[in-house]
Design a protein around this ligand. Structure first.
Ligand code: GTP
Length: 358
């Protein structure tokens, strides 16, 4: 079984953290996010993986190489221009076995769905394509996928208005996990940007052969700051099956905690971080090499690598601090706000560093 993981997006909603790394390389607990996806694939016996890259491809290549050290065969294709999710799958075709079924994963979905069961249903139906679907309370911001009684796709309803919804119908959205037959992949126009969700699937559904696979498995798109924090908390709490340790918090290697410093509430502290006396960190993710001063209080925020938080500073909920930024001693920053890479927070608020652009 071969898999394509779509990892080429710019991850704009996670800026400024994605200024310096692609979203799939953002750490979730103790490993880059996409490693959880590789672990998941390997648990289902999938070892042949193509990364469909675009934005910052070298970060993935440098980290994973050919995958042999982890028992995988990993290959890379890089979009010549952003091709969208459909164009990117088509662009991976030369790296795929043209006679084999392909699993396609969005590179930002945390799930422990039983992929074997999805494949088995796909084969039983002799489907051209199968889309995993996940339930939502409100389909309004998403694209509703409506199924017929045999689970074939009846319609895609983009961002449905309340009057478009049928009484009692299940609200299911595309979960970003697909099983595709070669003819479907080959049928995607070559070299043209297109969206698999909005362009390719509606056309295939109209011809027949496209099925939905409703699933209640854990599912989370990690693409916003709130969702990224939640992914870390949920992995730590064991709400989703992964190979990461569970616990109230995760401290990476070489973390130094001062006297009475506290870390909890599903926090993740990166390698080489130093927390001063009485510092408190709750429900946060701290990148590598962060300095937190004495008595500083951090809660519900994401702090990039190499950030310095001064003594007695406060960083609150929904604050995203870019790599290398400085929060001055005693400063307070409340979210939602993004502090730019190498930015500065002091009594005058959030600003670009005087060194920005150097
Ligand atoms: P936002 O900019 O925050 O919306 O994030 P994103 O760029 O990741 O876009 P989105 O969440 O819609 O993408 C879903 C998945 O497809 C992610 O795993 C992306 O990496 C991937 N993706 C999106 N667009 C492209 C593309 O043009 N090429 C490739 N290769 N992958 C893409």
């Amino acid at each position: 079984m071969q898999a394509v993981i779509l990892v080429g997006g710019k991850g704009t909603r996670l800026r400024p953290l994605t200024d310096t790394r692609p979203k799939p390389m953002m750490t979730v607990v103790d490993r880059p996010f996409v490693t959880h996806q590789l672990d998941h694939l390997q648990r289902h016996g999938v070892t042949d993986v193509v990364f469909s890259c675009g934005y910052l491809p070298d970060a993935l290549r440098d980290h994973f190489g050919d995958g042999q050290d982890r028992g995988l065969s990993i290959r890379y294709v890089v979009d010549p221009e952003p091709l969208g999710t459909g164009g990117a799958v088509r662009n991976a075709w030369p790296e795929l076995d043209p006679s084999a079924t392909t699993l396609v994963l969005n590179g930002d979905v945390l799930t422990d769905i039983d992929l074997g069961a999805v494949l088995a249903r796909h084969r039983e139906r002799a489907a051209a394509g199968t889309i995993v679907l996940t339930p939502v309370a409100d389909p309004g911001p998403f694209g509703l996928v409506r199924l017929l009684a045999d689970d074939s796709v009846e319609a895609f309803v983009e961002k449905p208005a309340p009057e478009e919804l049928r009484p009692g119908e299940p609200f299911r959205i595309n979960a970003g996990t697909y099983v595709l037959e070669p003819a479907l992949v080959q049928g995607i126009p070559e070299g043209e940007p297109c969206s698999i969700e909005r362009d390719v699937f509606p056309a295939v559904a109209a011809q027949g052969g496209l099925y939905g696979h409703p699933s209640d498995a854990y599912w989370l798109d990690i693409g916003t700051p709130a969702a990224y924090l939640r992914a870390n908390r949920d992995v730590l709490a064991g709400r989703v099956r992964t190979d990461s340790p569970v616990g109230d918090a995760h401290l990476s290697a070489d973390v130094v905690l001062g006297a009475r410093a506290s870390v909890g509430g599903g926090s993740v502290v990166g390698a080489g971080c130093r927390l001063g006396d009485g510092a408190s960190v709750s429900g946060c993710v701290l990148g590598d090499g962060v300095r937190v001063g004495s008595g500083a209080e951090l809660s519900g925020c994401i702090v990039g690598a190499g950030v310095s938080v001064g003594d007695g500073a406060t960083v609150g909920e929904e604050v995203v601090v870019g790599d290398g930024a400085v929060v001055a001693p005693g400063a307070t920053v409340e979210g939602p706000v993004k502090v730019p890479t190498d930015g500065l927070v002091d009594d005058d608020g959030v600003r670009e560093s005087e060194h920005a652009g150097r």
